[in-house]
Design a protein around this ligand. Structure first.
Ligand code: AMP
Length: 571
């Protein structure tokens, strides 16, 4: 672990990507395959592979207490160190005593992480963490804590680790990227690379793949400026989900690659009947089965994060899965095929399932019928709860005026806006390119990370309702504050967030708490102004919280670069 930590220090010390990947490549080569596999994971800022659902569940507060205890420093000294570094890991490196001896091996650290994850209850977990940190050198502790808090910040994105793997073991960058994308496991990618078998990477069902992402556009003209033939779909306001289906088994994964099947027990049944194994991409929405349209996100929100869903909830807030893409069908990976072909494959898959192609009465129980906005959908009507899989309708637009019209129609249906997709583009997981564009209701909203919170006034006394938030600086290794908003959240959400913030406080300044930068919010505002008030050099006019974005990880928040693209008010 000491060598890994030393490599991390060297990586953080340079901004040159080639140098960074060189350091990683040299380090990986100097290790055994097992050590290199675990190290690659740690260097990507993760304690566990992306597809696993394992989490450490150790709050920043308990880490802080452990560092305080082991260092023997008082709160004032620690707070002063935190002010200097802004990072609990760096504080640990400064205040923990040097110790003689060997320090820890990366495999030992990984095994301990697993032990922490498997242990229930904060006290037993803390005991293991305390023992781990007490055996680490201060530099090791720095990086153990950074990995535990998911906050490595050494300017090393997973894409650079992929590059380093190709450099360390041979193989092309494309092979390394593809293997990592398919396996969703950078450690496994190292293993394959070390055997010279990167090209043999195979997709594995029930291991989530990365999601293709969209870039925002500011005008209908821009929406048609990147490609010749555009498929246009409504932008549904729900949560993104990847469905894996094989032999009657169905699992749904969220954008953060967590399994969310339990929250939607009514969805798997319908998909289980697909005749071929498949991976589908789509959006789960709260669905109004009478009006045949999506209900607002706030309605769906009541269904999120539940392990057990009551019958009442199933009846009152039925959901639907709006499928809009296919990544794998009947044994074939189809991501490289252009969208126009994937769309056909998706239509065929869902038609087979309905057992009633073009209205043919093959099955009296399940029949294809016009769904929302006139397209195919199906579900089991004999059950008390109907769950539909709906093929998201696709439109075409070839002029800005047509796009405007579709945008207005989408909004009339209660949807958020439009997705404009290049019919000739492949499916590129994990990438935010210009092949998918999003045109949203509020052109100026930002996804931001909460960095500090304050107690409210009046009705909001005693709850943490005022949030300071930040965007990434361009290199993505630092968050810079850009504004503060009084909550637009519901009382229940504020209560829940208050508890979360109390549990994840890094520094208690009395009226204000500096918190772990984990919570992503979508904020709307009327104007953007240059200002010295915040570190970003910008301030927002009338910022308001549109909603919480639990589906987004902090890394997915917007950057200052995106802020710079928004026209600045001269007022
Ligand atoms: P945003 O979350 O604002 O970055 O916008 C991208 C998200 O829109 C995706 O991750 C999906 O969850 C969602 N979305 C809604 N409808 C669609 C659609 N038809 N195609 C692709 N993504 C969609």
């Amino acid at each position: 672990m000491q060598q890994l930590a030393t490599a991390c220090e060297a990586i953080a010390a340079t901004r040159k990507k080639l140098l960074k990947t060189g350091i990683v490549a040299d380090y990986l080569r100097s290790r055994t395959t097992n050590e290199a596999a675990v190290s690659a994971l740690f260097l990507s800022g993760r304690a566990f592979p992306a597809w696993e659902e394992t989490t450490l569940q150790v709050g920043g507060r308990s880490l802080w207490q452990i560092v305080a205890e082991l260092s023997g420093k008082d709160e004032a000294a620690l707070t002063a160190a935190y002010r200097r570094h802004g990072d609990p890991g760096a504080v640990a490196a400064e205040v923990l005593p040097e110790r003689a001896g060997q320090g820890l091996g990366v495999l030992e650290v990984e095994a301990t992480f697993r032990q922490i994850a498997a242990t229930r209850g904060p006290a037993p977990k803390s005991a293991i963490v305390r023992d781990l940190i007490s055996r680490a050198t201060p530099l090791e502790a720095k990086y153990i804590i950074k990995i535990m808090t998911g906050d490595l910040r050494i300017g090393l994105k997973e894409s650079l680790v992929e590059e380093a793997i190709a450099r360390a073991y041979g193989g092309t960058l494309i092979e390394a990227q593809r293997a990592n994308m398919l396996l969703g496991d950078i450690g496994e990618t190292v293993r394959l690379a070390s055997e010279g078998r990167l090209a043999a990477a195979e997709m594995r069902l029930f291991h989530p793949l990365g999601f293709m992402l969209a870039s925002p556009i500011e005008s209908p003209e821009e929406g048609l400026s990147y490609f010749a033939e555009a498929a246009v779909e409504d932008k549904y306001d729900g949560i993104r989900a990847q469905a894996h289906i094989e032999n009657g088994e169905v699992k749904f994964f969220s954008r953060t690659r967590d399994e969310i099947t339990e929250s939607f027990p009514e969805l798997p049944d319908t998909l289980a009947e697909l005749r071929r194994s498949a991976i589908l991409d789509g959006e789960i929405v709260a669905w109004d089965y009478q009006a045949k349209r999506a209900r607002p996100f706030s309605v769906l929100q009541q269904r999120l994060g539940r392990k057990k869903v009551s019958d009442k909830m199933l009846r009152e807030i039925p959901v639907a899965f709006l499928a809009f893409d296919v990544l794998y069908a009947g044994g074939e990976l189809v991501m490289d095929r252009p969208l126009r072909e994937r769309a056909k494959i998706l239509d065929e898959l869902l038609m087979e399932n309905s057992r009633s192609p073009q209205g043919n009465e093959a099955s009296p129980r399940k029949s294809a019928k016009p769904g929302s906005q006139g397209k195919l959908s199906f579900g089991d009507e004999e059950k008390s709860v109907t769950a539909h899989i709906i093929r998201a309708p696709v439109f075409r637009a070839s002029s800005p005026a047509e796009l405007e019209e579709l945008f207005a129609a989408a909004q009339d249906r209660g949807n958020e806006g439009l997705m404009i997709k290049d019919l000739n583009s492949p499916y590129t997981p994990g990438r935010r390119g210009k092949s998918w564009l999003k045109m949203k209701r509020e052109l100026a909203t930002l996804d931001v990370v909460v960095t500090a919170v304050e107690y409210g006034h009046g009705k909001r006394v005693g709850v943490l309702s005022d949030y300071t938030f930040a965007v990434w600086d361009t290199s993505k290794d630092r968050l810079v504050n850009i504004g503060k908003a009084y909550s637009g959240l519901t009382d229940a959400e504020i209560a829940e967030m208050t508890q979360w913030f109390l549990d994840h406080t890094l520094e208690d300044q009395g009226f204000r708490l500096v918190v772990e930068p984990k919570i992503v919010l979508e904020v709307a505002f009327n104007n953007l102004m240059k200002s010295d008030r915040h570190e970003s050099g910008y301030a927002l006019r009338f910022p308001r919280i549109v909603r919480l974005r639990p589906d987004k990880s902090p890394e997915e928040a917007d950057t200052i670069e995106r802020v710079r693209e928004i026209p600045v008010s001269t007022l």
